[in-house]
Design a protein around this ligand. Structure first.
Ligand SMILES: [Mg+2]
Length: 257
């Protein structure tokens, strides 16, 4: 089967520690020349697409806005496809406008959407989310990371808030970010393809590769970013192919046909 869409992870795959991976921009150019459709994905759930795009400027990778796929894009598409959705969004201030259009309407909330809400979280907000889910709203998580790393150390991530709501309500959240196969299916659909027509390229076995496996996509892991940490933990044996870096991707894909 011809694989038409290549889904490329950002952090750890195209850049790492503030530097573009050598050859990354050239590899992207070669994939474009080979007429492959590209999507670039990240689990960032605190920023708008424009903010993520602006953060990529210095790497000069040539990523277009419509090619960027984040849990924010996935959530927007998911909610837009749910007729009459009325959403309680527990998200960052930067994203409140993005989801405002789903907040109107009479009646009970149909969905509770949880993302990075560290600048807005308090008991009242959490309790309102709890009550809405208990009354029948579907619990949606933009991602369920346990913690994230920052310059000053590790911090509580979205998954811990989601887990609190799951614990209190007895419900299980639908995850819209990676490693959810729903995330890959939405990204593939945005490029007009089915999940099994996709190639996923990433550095993280627990998210990128696990998602590709679950969705029936071809999984290619790169030995940059988190790879060496994970190799030490024995997590890196599940990809279809392993490459030293994304620079080797065009050659592999042209060999596969
Ligand atoms: Mg990564």
């Amino acid at each position: 089967m011809r694989r038409q869409v290549v889904l490329l992870d950002l952090d750890g795959t195209l850049y790492a520690s503030g530097q573009a991976i050598p050859g990354a921009a050239e590899a992207i150019g070669s994939l474009r020349k080979a007429d492959l459709r590209l999507r670039f994905f990240t689990n960032t759930d605190s920023k708008t697409v424009d903010q993520v795009l602006a953060g990529l400027d210095s790497y000069r990778l040539g990523v277009a806005g419509e090619e960027l796929f984040t849990p924010v894009v996935a959530a927007t598409q998911y909610l837009a496809a749910s007729a009459g959705a009325k959403v309680l969004a527990l998200v960052s201030s930067a994203l409140s406008e993005t989801f405002e259009r789903f907040a109107a309407g009479d009646g009970a909330h149909t969905h509770v959407l949880v993302g990075d809400c560290r600048d807005r979280l308090d008991y009242r907000a959490l309790d309102a989310a709890f009550r809405a889910v208990r009354s029948g709203a579907e619990l949606l998580a933009m991602q369920r990371g346990r913690y994230f790393k920052a310059a000053d150390g590790d911090h509580l991530d979205t998954g811990a808030i989601v887990a609190a709501l799951e614990y209190a309500t007895g419900r299980t959240a639908r995850v819209l970010g990676k490693p959810s196969p729903d995330f890959l299916a939405l990204a593939a659909a945005s490029a007009g393809a089915a999940a099994d027509e996709v190639v996923v390229v990433g550095d993280d076995a627990t998210t990128d590769i696990a998602m590709a496996r679950a969705a029936g996509a071809l999984a290619i892991q790169v030995r940059t970013g988190k790879f060496s940490d994970q190799a030490g933990e024995g997590l890196t044996s599940h990809a279809d192919y392993v490459l030293d870096s994304v620079a080797d991707l065009p050659e592999l894909l042209s060999g596969l046909g």
